[in-house]
Structure formats: structure tokens, C-alpha cells
Design a protein around this ligand. Structure first.
Ligand SMILES: Nc1ncnc2c1ncn2[C@@H]1O[C@H](COP(=O)(O)OP(=O)(O)OP(=O)(O)O)[C@@H](O)[C@H]1O
Ligand SMILES: [Mg+2]
Length: 659
């Protein structure tokens, strides 16, 4: 590239380089220039093209003069060297006789930078030189402007921002391709139309008013605003509009630059919703856990009282009422625990179709005869890892909601299919990791959900149903279970158009496992064995201890893990069973069991907790899920479970070595 500076105006000092193998020519030129008083000229001399090029590299030069004789190889050589330098500085051949063919040869070699000038005479020659320089400078300026214009054009055309140029009254003159891609409008469709046509009703009118007011008063507008796409959808953009002013400061145009943030805002809202649900979940779970312990005490004493009074006793009805109410309260806390993902799970790898077929069989009783039930199982379904009881819970809750949404009948459909969620899907539901899923879609043709309820329906206690009809825990339970299993739930609904819940279970790439055989209840709930009860909640410990004693057991109590170690060390006889809470301060139930495995290898163990498997397993090295009782439980269930564990062959030593 040529580093030499170009003349910007004709009044500057003109720097000439004369290329000629004849030194006399140079003397003559200097003499001639010396007489031209109207220009300041600085002349140098190069004896050969090589010397000329070296000179050009070291010094600025506005014009090359080359003495030319017909057939002169120096002319051609110089002309091609200048071409390589991008055609600068202009090259002027000086000759008495210029043959046309020779000139054409040089012009081709020098890309048109040659200006034949009559042999150096007096001032007409200087004038000719001047014209040649001016013409060349103009041409170069024009070319530079063209290059710059084309760069600016490409920048605007290829920009990822949505750019609109409006005239001074707000009529569209130009939109760039990014704008077309985002909105669907082409230049032809918008050119000459008011930009305000793209305003949407959902945006506050004050925002637009402020925008126009700002730019019409010559200021820059910056702000988040909605714009309308061709298909009617709203586009959320971060917008900047700047007035373009002419030399007199008059606004002639506006340039609007939009950054599309629709997707970003949607993801932020989604994340916020997920965080909110998490926070509510933690709160609900915490409350439910503490409430569970209180409930246990209430129901335990009510049960003890029930057992100690006859059916005819005047207080019998009151006690029965307490029992019924505490059972209902227990159901509520179970749902809360499900929502907060702390529900105990018994996970198996299963065929969802088999489970759903069973669940669907009992649905008609729930949804009634006016609702047509349809089950469309997908073919060759991948297996999922889940708790069958929880799947049933989900189906029941969704079916109950569908029933309520279709008081005059309708259609309720459950479908399953294998899906692979890829990048396209993720762009819309970005919290979902890509991969294989089993989709369970549950659709009703009911009244649908209003947009204002949509964001809240999964929150616990959010209900639109009249007092006494709904607690608002159904969908919270569904949400909690789905999340607990690493799945996702999406709802699609329009008022009056029905509702679809789509639940995505991560596919478990494993073989089908058999469902466990149905639970056979152990009727004999009494016994005479020795039981160690480890529970940090005093009221729970007392009530359970009293109950187990009435059932015939010898009960030892420990208030925590450390205390349990002391009790087992000091007690000289056999302890047949340890019932221990899993989550306790200092030492959890699993750790305690692990420590006792050597000292009491034949002892059986029953773990109790209000927390879920995923939570309790963090507390120790023994698998607590094999003998587990979820709080709250009734004393009858406890007595049955105690017998079941006592009669099972699995000892503490076996449990400890299994892990
Ligand atoms: N299929 C549906 N069609 C229309 N609205 C629904 C549907 N499912 C849920 N909803 C709306 O979501 C709300 C919350 O549902 P959710 O199941 O959590 O609570 P609920 O049914 O009101 O009470 P609960 O299930 O505890 O008895 C409902 O009150 C209802 O407004
Ligand atoms: Mg419900």
C-alpha cells in the first residue's frame, strides 16, 4: 500500500519526482518551475525506475513525471511498478511525439494513470500538469467514497440489530434484512408507511407517546418497547432511536436500532418462576415436616384413647372426629411434601403404558359417565424410572381437574410417546436438557385456563375453585413429583379451548423390572420383643413408646444417635429392633445403624422420616429405603410395619454389608 500522503487541495506545495536518465532534463524542469511563480513546487530526480520506487518509499510525492521516448522500456517498467502500488502517485509521461499504439501499451500496463503531456515547454505544460493532478485526485476521492459507502451499506445490511431509517415525519424509508427476519415485513411492505403502524395494543400508549415526543424534540430515545410482527405477535425490543441532522442542525431522518430481547425476557421469566416455585417448595416442605411431627402426636394420642374406650362411650365420637381430621391433615402434608419433592419414593424402571393402563381403569369412577375417556399408548415405549404410586397420584390429580373443567361432559385423553428433545425445542423451553424423554400428554376439552391464572396454577394452595371444592394442591403435587423425577411439565391452554398438560419423563435406558407384588398387610400387630426407639422429637417418641408398650413390646428410648449408642452399650439383653429417625442432629439414623452393625449384628432396623429418599440417603451409608416408614403414620401402620421388619430375615449386619 502507498504510504505517501495525497494532496488534499491544489494550494498545497506540489512534490514532483522526475524520472529521467538524463540529468539535464531535471535541471531544465527546475529552471522552468522556478519561473512559475503561482505554485510552490518541490522537485526531485530519479535516474531509473528502481531509484524512483526507492524514492517513493522514503518521501511523499504527488506526481511522477517520466521522460518518454518512443519504445522506451523504462516507461513500461515504471508504469507497472506504479500499478503494483495501487496506481499512486499519478504518472505523467512527457514526450514530444506520442504514438497512439505506444500510449495504449502504457495505459494497459499502468491502469489508466498515464496522462500524456506535450514536451516540457512553458506555462501550458504546467497547467496541463495541474489538471492531470486534480483529475487524478478527484477520481481517487470518488473511489474512496465508494469503498466507504459500500462498507457502511454492508455494515447496516449485515448487522444483527434491527435497523429502520425513517424520514423526518416518521415514514419508513429503509429496513435492514435483520428487521425483515425478525418481523416478517419486507422493505416493499413498509416503505412509505408510518413506523407507528407497528405499535401494539398490549404496550402502554404512554411509552409510544414518550418515544415520539423524545425524538421529535431532537433527542435520543432509549427504552424497552413492544413492536408488532407481521403475523400479529409482539416482539420485545431494546430500542434506540437517534435523529439524523443535516449541516444546519435540522433533523432530516431518524435511525431506529432495535435489539430483539423477546427470547431473553421469556427465559428470565421462566427462571424466575422456577426460583419462586423452589422457594415456595422449601417453605412448604419445612412447614410440612414440622407439622408432621405434631400430627403424629395428635393422632397417636387419639388412637390410644380410641383403643381405651368402648364404642358406646360418650367421648368416642369426639375421638373419632380427631382421628378423621388428623388423617385429612396427614393427606395434606403428604401433598405438600410431594410438592417440595420430599416425598418418599420407591423407584422402579417401568413401562409407563402398563402403569397408565391400570390407572385408566379406575378413572371412570372419578370423572363420571359424561366424560369420554381415551388412552392412546405409544408404541415401543422407552422405560422410565419412577414410583408407580406417584404416577397414579399424577393421573388422579389431572383427571380430577379435567372433570372439574368439564362440568357438562367432554373428552379426556391420555397419550404417550417417545420424544427426543433437540435444540429447536430447547430454544422454546430452555430449562430442559436435550435428550430422550417419554412424553405423557393429558388433554381435556374443558373450559381452559385464563392467562392470569397460568403462572400460578402449580403453586400450592392456588385454586380458582369455590370454597371447599379445591385446596389448590393437586397441580403442586404433580409439579413436585415430576421435578423429583428429573422431568418437566408444561401446560398449554386457551380459555374455552381445553387444556393439555405435557409431562416429560427422562427415559431410563434400562430393561423393564417387575412391579412388586401387592402389599400383604400383616394382621398381627402385637409382639413381645425389645424395641429401641430413637427419636429426637420428644412428643413423637413418647406417644410411639406408649403405643408400642400397649402392644406388648419392651421399649427402650434414646433421644438421639449418641444416646442410642449408650443405651445399646448398657443394655445387657437382646434388642430385636431399632426404630430410628433418619434425620437427627449430630448423628443420623443411617450412621447410627452403621456403628451398631458390629455390636448388634442380629438387630433389625426400621427407618422413619418425613423426608424423601434423596434427602435421607445423604445422611449415611446404609440403604434406608429397604425398611422405611414415611411420617406421618398411624400407630396401626407402625405396629404392622414393626411386625413386618421383625419377621423379615434382613438383619442390621446384612443391611450394613449390602451397601
Ligand atoms: N384441566 C384444567 N382445566 C382448567 N383449569 C385447570 C385445569 N387444571 C387446573 N386448573 C386450574 O388450576 C388451579 C389449580 O389446580 P390444582 O389441581 O392445583 O388445585 P385445585 O384443583 O383447585 O384443588 P385440589 O386439586 O387441591 O383439589 C385450579 O383451581 C384451576 O383453576
Ligand atoms: Mg386439582
Amino acid at each position: 500500500m502507498n504510504k505517501a500522503k495525497e494532496p488534499s487541495s491544489g494550494n498545497q506545495r506540489l512534490r514532483l519526482l522526475l524520472v529521467s536518465d538524463n540529468a539535464e532534463d531535471f535541471t531544465y524542469l527546475q529552471d522552468l518551475l522556478g519561473r512559475a511563480a503561482d505554485r510552490k513546487v518541490e522537485a526531485r530526480h530519479a535516474a531509473s525506475p528502481t531509484q524512483a520506487i526507492r524514492e517513493l518509499e522514503n518521501n511523499s510525492c504527488d506526481l511522477l513525471l517520466c521522460n518518454y521516448c518512443s519504445g522506451d522500456p523504462m516507461a513500461l517498467q515504471l508504469s507497472s511498478a506504479i500499478r503494483k502500488r495501487g496506481g499512486y502517485p499519478p504518472l505523467v509521461f512527457i514526450s514530444d511525439h506520442v504514438s497512439e499504439s505506444a500510449l495504449v501499451g502504457i495505459l494497459h500496463g499502468g491502469r489508466g494513470t498515464a496522462f500524456p503531456v506535450p514536451g516540457i515547454g512553458e506555462s501550458p505544460a504546467l497547467h496541463a500538469l495541474d489538471c492531470a493532478i486534480q483529475a487524478h485526485c478527484k477520481e481517487r476521492q470518488r473511489k474512496k467514497s465508494e469503498v466507504m459507502l459500500s462498507k457502511l451499506w454492508s455494515a447496516v445490511e449485515q448487522a444483527t440489530e434491527l435497523i429502520v431509517i425513517m424520514d423526518g415525519s416518521g415514514l419508513v424509508e429503509y429496513i435492514n434484512p435483520a428487521f425483515t427476519r425478525a418481523t416478517g415485513y419486507t422493505t416493499v411492505e413498509l416503505k412509505g408507511h408510518a413506523f407507528s403502524l407497528l405499535e401494539v395494543e398490549t404496550e402502554h400508549p404512554e411509552t409510544y407517546r414518550q418515544m415520539w415526543e423524545t425524538i421529535f424534540s431532537g433527542n435520543i430515545f432509549r427504552g424497552s418497547i413492544s413492536s408488532r410482527k407481521k403475523n400479529g405477535d409482539a416482539l420485545l425490543v431494546e430500542r434506540t432511536i437517534a435523529p439524523l441532522q443535516d449541516a444546519q442542525g435540522k433533523t432530516t431522518h431518524f435511525v431506529c436500532c432495535d435489539h430483539d430481547v423477546t427470547e431473553k425476557r421469556r427465559l428470565e421469566a421462566q427462571l424466575l418462576q422456577a426460583q419462586k416455585m423452589d422457594a415456595i417448595g422449601r417453605l412448604a416442605g419445612g412447614v410440612a415436616h414440622d407439622f408432621n411431627n405434631l400430627l403424629m402426636v395428635i393422632s397417636a394420642y387419639a388412637e390410644l384413647m380410641q383403643d381405651s374406650i368402648t364404642h358406646e362411650h360418650p367421648l368416642r365420637r369426639n375421638v373419632d372426629q380427631i382421628m378423621t381430621a388428623s388423617r385429612r391433615a396427614a393427606d395434606l402434608t403428604r401433598q405438600l411434601l410431594a410438592f417440595s419433592r420430599r416425598q418418599m419414593q420407591s423407584l422402579q424402571v417401568l413401562d409407563l403404558n402398563v402403569l397408565l393402563r391400570d390407572a385408566v381403569r379406575i378413572l371412570p369412577r372419578l370423572i363420571g359417565e359424561d366424560i369420554q375417556l381415551q388412552f392412546l399408548p405409544g408404541l415401543e415405549m422407552a422405560k422410565v424410572k419412577c414410583d408407580p404410586v406417584q404416577i397414579e397420584q399424577i393421573v388422579m390429580n389431572l383427571a380430577a381437574n379435567a372433570r372439574d373443567a368439564m362440568p357438562h361432559g367432554g373428552k379426556f385423553t391420555i397419550e404417550t410417546s417417545n420424544v427426543y428433545l433437540d435444540e429447536t425445542y430447547l430454544q422454546r423451553h430452555s430449562i430442559v436438557p436435550a435428550g430422550d424423554y417419554v412424553l405423557m400428554a393429558v388433554t381435556d376439552t374443558g373450559q381452559g385456563i385464563l392467562p392470569e391464572h397460568m403462572h400460578h396454577i402449580f403453586e400450592p394452595f392456588y385454586t380458582t375453585k369455590e370454597e371447599g371444592k379445591g385446596t389448590g394442591l393437586g397441580l403442586a403435587t404433580v409439579y413436585g413429583i415430576v421435578k423429583q423425577n428429573g422431568g418437566f411439565v408444561w401446560v398449554y391452554s386457551e380459555p374455552g379451548m381445553g387444556t393439555t398438560f405435557k409431562i416429560y419423563w427422562p427415559s431410563a435406558q434400562q430393561k423393564l423390572s417387575k412391579l412388586p407384588p401387592g402389599h400383604t398387610a400383616e394382621e398381627n400387630s402385637r409382639g413381645s420383643e425389645t424395641v429401641l426407639l430413637v427419636e429426637d422429637e420428644e412428643a413423637v417418641r413418647q406417644s410411639a413408646s406408649e403405643f408400642l408398650t400397649t402392644c406388648g413390646y419392651t421399649v427402650l428410648q434414646a433421644i438421639n444417635g449418641d444416646d442410642a449408642l449408650v443405651v445399646t452399650r448398657d443394655y445387657r439383653s437382646t434388642i430385636d429392633l431399632m426404630i430410628t429417625d433418619v434425620v437427627m442432629p449430630h448423628m443420623g439414623g443411617a450412621k447410627l445403624a452403621g456403628q451398631l452393625a458390629n455390636a448388634r449384628p442380629d438387630m433389625k432396623v426400621l427407618f422413619v422420616s418425613g423426608y424423601a429418599e434423596s434427602t435421607v440417603q445423604r445422611y449415611g451409608s446404609i440403604d434406608v429405603t429397604s425398611n422405611f416408614l414415611q411420617k406421618p403414620f398411624s400407630l396401626k401402620v407402625l405396629s404392622r410395619k414393626v411386625r413386618e421388619v421383625l419377621e423379615a430375615p434382613v438383619t442390621l449386619a446384612m443391611a450394613a454389608s449390602a451397601k
